[in-house]
Design a protein around this ligand. Structure first.
Ligand SMILES: C[S@@+](CC[C@H](N)C(=O)[O-])C[C@H]1O[C@@H](n2cnc3c(N)ncnc32)[C@H](O)[C@@H]1O
Length: 187
């Protein structure tokens, strides 16, 4: 994917996070934080929680946050399929490049919905199949074998349907093989 498309998919995926956001945000999975710490640096009044299964990835995210002087982000090791938060805890749940990797996708959809407040926003992006034959081939024959991706994968249509059933509003935009979404929970 070229630079322009990278910018476009990230802009879409992050479009559910207001520029002056000051509420509670959960990011899962944060990975190394390479995509989001630059965003959080500009949200000093937000209360941000980042979760990932891998302690190793999160250590890198924590170090990155430290280097950037970010103070309002807490980090927690955990499983997206069993989130350690009460129902309706967050105003925004953000998930970048995670659902194609999560082993139990049904639990991940349920849990991200459960911890979101009524009227809150679920947004992000992940790989969807059927948009780019070359990407599909690489994922099936390389990344899946390495364990970075776990089927089954959504298509643009199946993702729109699934999110439309869970949320009051759901917008899905495909940027090559990446499905970007922004949803609002009824309430
Ligand atoms: C491709 S990385 C994406 C990280 C980051 N959001 C980004 O876009 O750079 C996928 C991440 O999902 C995490 N992950 C996989 N299964 C998980 C689970 N069940 N619960 C939480 N995180 C998980 C991995 O540890 C990894 O950091």
């Amino acid at each position: 994917m070229d630079g322009e498309k990278n910018v476009r998919y990230l802009e879409k995926a992050l479009s559910g996070v207001p520029e002056d956001f000051s509420g509670k945000l959960l990011e899962v999975p944060v990975g190394t934080g390479v995509l989001t710490m630059p965003v959080y640096r500009d949200l000093p009044d937000a209360d941000i929680t980042c979760l990932d299964y891998s302690e190793d990835m999160m250590r890198k995210a924590k170090e990155r946050a430290g280097r950037m002087g970010i103070r309002n982000v807490s980090f927690l090791q955990g499983d997206v399929g069993a989130l350690p938060f009460a129902d309706e805890s967050f105003d925004v749940v953000l998930s970048l490049n995670g659902f194609h990797a999560f082993p139990d996708k049904e639990a991940a959809y349920q849990e991200t919905w459960r911890v979101l407040k009524k009227g809150g926003t679920f947004c992000g992006c992940f790989y969807i199949r059927g948009q780019c034959a070359r990407t599909d081939w690489i994922i099936r024959n390389m990344y899946q074998k390495l364990g970075y991706f776990t089927p089954p994968y959504e298509t643009a249509g199946s993702l729109k349907k699934r999110l439309g059933e869970l949320y009051a509003e759901a917008e899905v935009t495909a940027v090559e093989g990446i499905g970007c979404f922004r949803c609002r929970k009824a309430g």
